[in-house]
Design a protein around this ligand. Structure first.
Ligand code: FAD
Length: 402
């Protein structure tokens, strides 16, 4: 049997490769960027385009997936559970609170640094006998006929030719493979840029996460490994990001956080370097073409407001593996188009719910119309007071209804 080809070794491509290897399926993973050599770098966790300065809130379902892969014990060394989530709007009366003991769950998820998640995934892939990892290789051509997909890639100015009955394109938001297949996209530019960093506060976080809707944009403050460290994701209007980036703006940034949060987190004492990410929603018109599947951001890139994007991608990958396991057990074609279409169909409902939810939260809270503001506050109060609403939202956020 030919190896399945995955194009793109970001967090999704690496996770998927490990899931396929668990089924004892052979994988060839092609990544454009040269991975860091962790051994040469000592104990440091250098950045890579995908597992970078960001932190990821992993849902309960994602944690379960990593447990099944036998990775959770290592990952959790630098993960922090979320026991409570406080949601509020600056200068308004509405607020809501999710508490793990009330919802009878151990936690709502775990926050992990991408640098650590990426490093653990990469090292597991490098050790895995079912996975051939080729990094520093750029896929430049993709074509297919009834029986196979052909790929041309460039490594050190040399062309490599590869073929497989199944190619999974996890090559990110601007996916080359998606373009090569002629698959169109719906793009919505939120006109926002996410400012991302880690801060230190005088009060310990006590595993509490905050989502605060401020006039500048929705600000997420999540607990990180180390009692006083917190992750910041702050989407601000595009064009205003320079105000917050750069060492010279450290104090200005800390003051803005202080003003937004008041005393909830104590004093904002230190900030790390800030990084910026343009935010848009990019949805592929189709996720299957012949023997190729779009996966991860290549299929759907969404706003990070609710920390759902990667979790959704992991659930997609998990379900695809179930379909492939069935094909493998029955000696059937792994790239069978009808089977892949069934996978796509099976994922649509979960994807639509998450995409709809994230988009509505961003648009709903970005509008300064006073009537909408009252509606938002009433909504937050209703969320807090009406029985049954919170467990429903908690289940959704934990990624358990896949
Ligand atoms: C600020 C921010 C915060 C976020 N927080 C969360 C969160 O808390 N929880 C959550 O669930 N999600 C979160 N997300 C979403 C999450 O980061 C993404 O869903 C995830 O990174 C998608 O990974 P990916 O592997 O699909 O894409 P990418 O990370 O873009 O990886 C694609 C890879 O493909 C490679 N590649 C591209 N072209 C080629 C080619 N031609 N040949 C070979 N290789 C190629 C690239 O080098 C890259 O490594 C957040 C996103 C942002 C922007």
């Amino acid at each position: 049997m030919q190896a399945i080809i995955i194009v793109g070794g970001g967090m999704v491509g690496l996770s998927l490769a490990l899931m396929l290897a668990k089924l004892e399926l052979k994988v060839t993973l092609l990544e454009a960027i040269k991975y860091p050599d962790y051994q040469a770098q000592g104990g440091e966790t250098p950045y890579h385009s995908s597992f970078d300065a960001r932190n990821t809130a992993l849902s309960r379902r994602s944690v379960e997936i990593y447990q099944e892969l036998g990775l959770w014990e290592t990952l959790q060394q630098y993960a922090t559970p979320i026991h409570q989530v406080h949601i509020s709007e600056q200068g308004s009366f509405g607020k809501a609170k999710l508490v793990n003991t009330e919802e009878k769950v151990e936690s709502f998820g775990q926050v992990i640094e991408n640098a650590w998640l990426g490093r653990v995934l990469l090292q597991s892939v490098q050790k895995n006998a079912f996975i051939e990892l080729i990094d520093g290789v750029q896929v430049t051509q993709l074509s297919q006929d009834k029986n196979k997909v052909s790929i041309t890639a460039l490594k050190d100015n040399h062309e490599i030719q590869l073929q497989s009955q199944l190619v999974i394109a996890a090559d990110g938001r601007d996916s080359f493979c998606r373009q090569a297949l002629g698959i169109g996209v719906d793009v919505h530019d939120y006109d926002q840029v996410a400012i991302v960093t880690t801060v230190q506060t005088s009060k310990p976080h006590q595993q509490v996460g905050f989502e605060r809707f401020s006039p500048l944009g929705p600000l997420a403050l999540l607990p990180l490994h180390g009692d006083y460290r917190r992750s910041v994701v702050w989407p601000v209007k595009k064009g205003t990001e320079q105000e917050w980036l750069g060492e010279e703006n450290d104090q200005h940034f800390l003051d803005a956080l202080q003003q937004t949060y008041g005393d909830r987190a104590g004093k904002f004492e230190k900030t790390g370097k800030r990084f910026s990410y343009p935010l848009s929603q990019v949805l592929a018109h189709q996720q299957i073409s012949g023997r190729v599947v779009l996966m991860g951001n290549a299929a759907h890139t969404i706003h990070p407001v609710a920390g759902q994007g990667f979790n959704l991608c992991l659930r997609d990958a998990f379900v695809l593996c179930r379909y492939l396991a069935h094909q493998q057990q029955h000696g059937l074609d792994l790239g069978d188009h009808e089977m892949l279409k069934s996978y796509e169909q099976a994922r649509l409902s979960d994807q639509k719910k998450v995409i709809f939810f994230c988009d509505k939260v961003v648009r709903g809270f970005s509008n300064h119309n006073p009537i909408l503001k009252i509606a938002r506050n009433t909504g937050l109060l209703a969320f807090d007071l009406i029985p049954g609403v919170k467990p429903m939202v908690a289940t959704f956020a934990m990624g358990l209804k896949a």
